[in-house]
Design a protein around this ligand. Structure first.
Ligand code: ADP
Ligand code: MG
Length: 617
């Protein structure tokens, strides 16, 4: 039989390897930045054009390469960072696989200029599709400058697979931020199409975080420090009250490398137990230093997942360190080395005695009292208060018309005789006028043929969704002018995202009077919302867009409308008066698609007389 196996030519092997290492422009940025860091650079500049699709350039002032090394650097498995297998267990460098440059050169036009300290002139190499096309001596400062042009020029399928410039830029900013957060002692800059997005001077961790995420971040940070035989932890967690609607600000670094770890994330979230609002995520910037022997970074080509020898111990240490830090921050002012800690406590408070916490006892509380006057916890009042009786009971009390509690009897109306037609045949007029609310969650309405049960939140979401969609696509909405413009701070990335959806937001009624680097000024808002809701609404919107970044115009409008509608709609747990209930029922059935919420969930269900009859059979 003929032998059919042969070795792949190098350029093919490189292209295959590139598939793993280089997914998008951001992966190139990551690899080049890591190389510059490994070369002990003090200053690294990144320049990109068209979200890195046309040009990615990384300029450093690091060690540079000799002529031979410059050529060698593009060979596969060519690295200066490890020599023997044992070196893998003592890694302190970012790279070690010797694959990045070979992979990048296989799928782009690459130009390298580099010079070491003790050479007079540098080397310039041009390489494309793994083939060196030119090599010359050149004048260049000490360090290395790599330009990567026309990424994926020879793999159209991969090029077409790239997302819009906005999306790719966001990925680049993500990678850039991760590297910059891991190395505050190095100065970084990032320029996109001539606009400087970041200019980060060398700094300490706290300053670097603040420089990246905006000036207001500083006051939100609680320092975390712990030093054990297994791990040294330093960094910050965000104060619980500043927890975000998205996971955007969660960073773990292990030996100065950004990593993803759902397991350790769990430890952090667990240490915040009881301190966070529903569906909010704590910010954290945690730097773990461990013996390189105790981790394996080589489980994925992009090296963002790592394996720890003693994950359980790490979990426990991390959790207790953060709990401790949060506890300290609750009872004592933060000790911070960058600030004068004496300024934290006003002088006249320092000698004051702490007063014992006051406990209030409700002396009238009687657990055996009837349901009608039961007390229930109301989170919005943050206390116990007298509740209206549950709606089923109110039915009885209404009938007896001798309710002792504050039941609004007018709220209970009964089916009138005139009703004709059925729900699905016609429009609003078929919906019975009588409605009431069950469990502050459902609106119950009677039909001639049975009962209609509507989920109030979903119904309202559908109504607002259709209205918003119409406003954005067909006609501009009406705004309410604010007496005093509202100033809101966002971090750089959030600002980029807002900028992207600014136009659609304006169609819903927002008026932006200025758009700065990390602040927006809003002078008008949609009539449907109140001023106090604006910040939370925009935060939720950004969080939704972070999870799911639509490319084309329509799905962007759609997501925007869904997100806003969902935030604006009445929640379950909200008491609705009878006019509000009627309003929702009428408007719902004027919708194009009354049966399903924008996220395809059932809005209402019916119970027919026959079904009821069966239950009583
Ligand atoms: P790795 O980083 O895994 O060693 P790369 O393909 O990324 O593999 O780089 C190959 C080699 O090229 C590196 O080991 C290093 O010696 C050299 N190199 C790459 N980039 C730089 C740079 N910016 N400055 C100095 N040397 C560099
Ligand atoms: Mg490398």
């Amino acid at each position: 039989m003929n032998n059919i196996i042969q070795l792949l030519p190098d350029h093919v092997a490189n292209q295959i390897a590139a598939g793993e290492v280089v997914q998008r422009p951001a992966s190139v940025i990551k690899e080049l930045l890591e190389n510059s860091i490994d070369a002990h650079s003090g200053r690294i500049q990144v320049v990109i054009k068209d979200a890195g699709k046309t040009l990615i350039q990384v300029i450093d002032d690091g060690a540079g390469m000799s002529i031979t090394d410059a050529r060698m650097s593009f060979e596969r498995h060519a690295t200066s960072k490890i020599k023997i297998a044992d070196d893998l267990f003592a890694l302190r460098t970012k790279g070690f696989r010797g694959e990045a440059l070979a992979s990048i050169a296989a799928i782009a036009h690459v130009e390298l200029k580099t010079k070491t300290d003790n050479e007079e002139v540098g080397t310039c190499i041009k390489i494309e599709g793994s083939k060196i096309s030119a090599q010359d001596a050149c004048v260049t400062p000490k360090g290395t400058c790599i330009s990567v042009k026309n990424l994926f020029y020879n793999i159209p399928a991969r090029r077409n697979f790239l997302k819009s410039d906005n999306v790719e830029t966001r990925h680049i900013i993500d990678e850039f931020q991760r590297v910059a957060l891991a190395h505050p002692d190095i100065s970084f800059s990032l320029t996109h199409n001539g606009n400087e997005l970041f200019q980060l001077p060398a700094a300490n961790h706290r300053q670097r975080i603040t420089n990246i995420l905006g000036g207001k971040t500083n006051e939100k940070l609680v320092p975390v420090e712990e030093d054990t035989g297994i791990v040294k932890i330093s960094g910050f967690v965000g104060k619980p009250e500043f927890a975000k609607k998205s996971r955007g600000e969660q960073f773990f670094f292990v030996n100065n490398r950004f990593i993803k770890s759902p397991y350790l994330n769990h430890a952090v979230v667990a240490s915040f137990e009881g301190l966070l609002k529903d569906k909010s995520y704590p910010s954290y910037f945690l730097y773990l230093d461990v013996d390189p022997k105790t981790i394996d970074i080589n489980i994925h080509p992009t090296k963002t997942e790592i394996k720890f020898d003693d994950e359980h111990a790490l979990y426990a240490i991390l959790k207790s360190a953060i709990k401790h830090a949060l506890g300290q921050f609750n009872v004592a002012p933060i000790l911070d080395f960058d600030r004068d800690s004496e300024l934290d406590t006003p002088y006249n408070y320092q000698s004051k005695q702490a007063s014992a916490p006051q406990i209030e006892v409700d002396r009238n509380f009687n657990p055996f009292q009837s349901e009608n006057s039961a007390r229930s916890y109301n989170p919005s009042n943050s206390g116990y208060r007298r509740e209206k009786p549950a709606e089923w009971e109110s039915l009885y009390s209404g009938l007896e018309s001798q309710s002792t509690a504050d039941v609004d009897v007018r709220q209970i109306e009964f089916e009138s005789e005139e009703v004709t037609g059925n729900l699905f045949a016609g429009k609003e007029d078929e919906i019975e006028k009588s409605t009431f609310q069950l469990h502050k969650k459902y609106i119950i309405s009677t039909l001639k043929s049975g009962i209609l049960v509507i989920d109030q939140h979903r119904a309202h979401t559908r109504i607002l969704y259709e209205e918003l969609l119409k406003n954005i696509t067909v006609s501009a909405a009406v705004s309410q002018q604010l007496l005093f413009p509202l100033k809101l701070q966002f971090n750089h990335q959030e600002m980029e995202m807002l900028q992207e959806i600014k136009e659609s937001l304006e169609q819903t009624g927002f008026i932006f009077s200025s758009f700065d680097k990390d602040e927006v000024e809003i002078s008008g808002i949609p009539t449907l919302i109140s001023e106090s809701e604006v910040e939370i609404l925009l935060e939720q919107l950004i969080a939704d867009f972070e999870k799911d970044v639509p490319d084309n115009g329509f799905s962007q409008t759609d997501l925007l409308s869904k997100s806003l509608a969902n935030s604006m709609a009445v929640r379950s747990g909200t008491m609705l008066n009878s006019a509000e209930q009627q309003h929702i029922v009428n408007r719902l059935f004027a919708c194009k698609e009354p049966a399903l919420s924008p996220s395809n969930r059932t809005i209402f269900t019916t119970l027919s007389i026959e079904e009821l009859d069966k239950k009583f059979a």
